[in-house]
Design a protein around this ligand. Sequence first.
Ligand SMILES: C[S@@+](CC[C@H](N)C(=O)[O-])C[C@H]1O[C@@H](n2cnc3c(N)ncnc32)[C@H](O)[C@@H]1O
Length: 194
Amino acid sequence: MLKADGVAASKKGGVSAASKRILDVGCGINKYPGAIGVDRNANTSADVLCDLDRFPYPFRDSSFAELRAIHVIEHVSDVIRAMEEFHRVVVPGGRVYLATPHYTDFSSFCDPTHRWHLNSFSFRYFGENHGGFGYYSAARFRQVKVHVRLLALWRWLGFEFLVNHFPRYRKFWEYYLCYVVRGKVIEFEFEAIK
Ligand SMILES: C[S@@+](CC[C@H](N)C(=O)[O-])C[C@H]1O[C@@H](n2cnc3c(N)ncnc32)[C@H](O)[C@@H]1O
C-alpha cells in the first residue's frame, strides 16, 4: 500500500513513466488492471487511501496518462473540484474515463450514497458547449466520446442506437423521452486540454 504519496514511484521515470500510468479513483474491489487504485475504504483494492473530497489529491501535476472514475463521480462532494483534480493529475492530452448512472436509472436514486444525478450533458461545462456557463471552472476537457446505455427493452427497440449515433437525437431524448425511455449508464471519454 502506498500511503499518501502515490507519486513516489513516478519521480524516477518522469514524463515517460507518466505516459503509461493509469489512476483508478474510487477503484473499489474492481481496480483496472495495471492501474494505481485510490479509494478511501481500506477494504478495497486501493494502493493509495485517499478521500476524494479532500483537496488537493496526493499526486503530482501531469503524473498519469489516464484516469478512470467508474461509478464514483456521483459520490463525491464537489463534482467541479474533483474534475479539476482529474485534470491536474493527467498529462496534457491525457484521457479521463467516467461512468455514472443516468439520472433516470433505478440505481441513481436507489443508492443513498449518491449525491448527484447526472445526464449526458452534465460535463459540457468543461468544454466548448458550455451553454454560457464556461466560468464554472478553468479546467478544460474535450469530450472524445459519450455513450449512453439504455434499459434492455429500449436497446432492443433501437433507441440506444439513435441516442448514440445522432447527437441531436440524444438531446431530444434527454429533453422529451428519457422519463419513459429510461437511461442506465453514461460513459464518457475526455481529453485534458492544458
Ligand atoms: C460504486 S463503487 C465503484 C467501485 C469501482 N470503481 C467499480 O466500478 O466497481 C464507488 C467507490 O468509490 C469510493 N468512494 C466514494 N466516495 C469516495 C471518496 N470521497 N473518496 C474516496 N473514495 C470514495 C467507495 O469507497 C467505492 O469503493
